[in-house]
Design a protein around this ligand. Sequence first.
Ligand code: ZN
Length: 139
Amino acid sequence: MIKKVDHIGIAVSSIEEALPLYTDVLQLRLIRIEEVESEGVKVAFIDGGNVKLELLEPLHEQSTIYTFLQKRGEGIHHIAFGVSSIQERINELKTKGVRMIHDAPKKGAQGADVAFIHPKSTNGVLYELCEKLNKGETE
Ligand code: ZN
């Protein structure tokens, strides 16, 4: 059902300020920076070798990342599982009694289809299901 951990989402106040730790100090490769308007976030993907890191910066106060930073401060926000046939995975989880935040996938970074599992069903961890469009992409 789950293919792998695709990325770990980390909430930051400023990507510009957070990035040197990853690129200069830890010497990891920056894959890309993009804005996901629908989510009100700017994201930076970093190549962590076996898993990507996704830095999330709020674009405005309506962003859920803004709320997260206000409540909890910077830190790990979610863990994303790579899946295929995401709608089937959602339905399967619901059949097994898992509560979903999203009953249908929505568009995330890179145009991927994403859906979040409610942390009440997962010991307080926010998990994302993520299905990439161009599966051939090797990053
Ligand atoms: Zn994510």
